[in-house]
Write a protein that binds this ligand. Structure first.
Ligand code: SAM
Length: 280
């Protein structure tokens, strides 16, 4: 049941899109003094060694962050994200990749709060080692879908949620929709970020539409396709981020960088992106 380990995928093209968007959201929330919370329902191990056995197995990072590492023409928001990753790689060589908790900790201010959930005991142990003693951070062992309920709304009524499950079980798609619906009842103004894999399967293709139907007050949807299906018609084609109550600046920032990013991460000639939004 708990076969998924994010260490195999750390820093791949999907992490690039997810973390780039998350950084933009947190930068925006940090513009006002008032505290905000970030609740990461599926936190993973928190940070990854790219020279480790798992990351080296398919070296997915080489077609993700690895493609951006040596570029000197990064668009501003991409440069911002890559600079945060560079802080984990003091020697200049790409050896470490921060997960969402590590990136969040770089951006949170003393008044902000970080709440992390992880179910896998091994990743939980690593997460607790790295983040358990950080100020203003709580690491929870358990199901992040249900754990989210206990955190909403945050006392300051400002905050973001990252929902980033493995989707190895079909049930995750439905759980995401139900969790978002419930979260909006408790915290209608919250920024909710849902990552999803772009796969040649119905559940993945229907997810954005299902999320649109529970987010009437405004959303943004970005999807990048960088890979073709394999010979059997399977495989990760790319990924998407669905953001409910997005910062108003997010659409234009993504519009400006997506042509560049799609080309930089393309693994075939037909690589493309989709960017759509419904403003509140
Ligand atoms: N958010 C992380 C990042 O961006 O660095 C990556 C998370 S990874 C895609 C998904 C994680 O969710 C895995 O570490 C997995 O063990 C964990 N997981 C799976 N089911 C879960 C659940 N119901 N609640 C909390 N964590 C879960």
């Amino acid at each position: 049941m708990l076969a998924y380990r994010h260490a195999f995928h750390a820093g791949n093209h999907a992490d690039v899109l997810k973390h780039l968007v998350m950084v933009q959201v947190l930068r925006y929330l940090g513009e006002k003094e008032k505290p905000y919370w970030l609740i990461d329902t599926h936190a993973g191990a928190g940070a990854y060694k790219l020279q480790g056995r798992y990351a080296q197995q398919n070296a997915e990072f080489e077609n993700g962050i690895g493609r951006l590492w040596e570029r000197d023409d990064l668009p501003e928001a991409v440069a911002d994200y890559v600079a945060l990753v560079r802080e984990h790689n003091a020697s200049g060589a790409l050896k470490h990749y921060p997960g969402s908790p590590a990136l969040a900790l770089q951006l949170l201010r003393p008044q902000d709060r970080l709440r992390l959930w992880e179910l896998h005991p091994t990743d939980l142990k690593l997460l607790a080692q790295h983040f358990g003693s950080q100020p203003h951070t709580e690491v929870h062992h358990g199901d992040g879908f249900s754990g989210l309920k206990s955190q909403l709304p945050p006392p300051s009524r400002r905050g973001a949620v990252l929902i980033d499950p493995p989707y190895e079980m079909k049930a995750d798609y439905g759980l995401v929709v139900n969790t978002v619906r419930d979260a909006l009842k408790r915290f209608a103004e919250g920024v909710i970020m849902v990552w999803y894999p772009h796969l040649p399967r119905l559940e993945s293709q229907q997810l954005p539409q299902r999320l649109k139907s529970v987010a009437p007050k405004g959303w943004l949807h970005v999807r990048m396709t960088v890979q073709q299906p394999d010979a059997q018609g399977y495989g990760l084609l790319g990924s998407g981020m669905f953001v409910i109550n997005p910062p108003w600046v997010l659409h234009d920032r993504l519009r400006d960088l997506l042509p560049w990013l799609t080309e930089a991460l393309a693994q075939y000639d037909g690589a493309n992106y989709l960017l759509e939004q419904m403003a509140a």
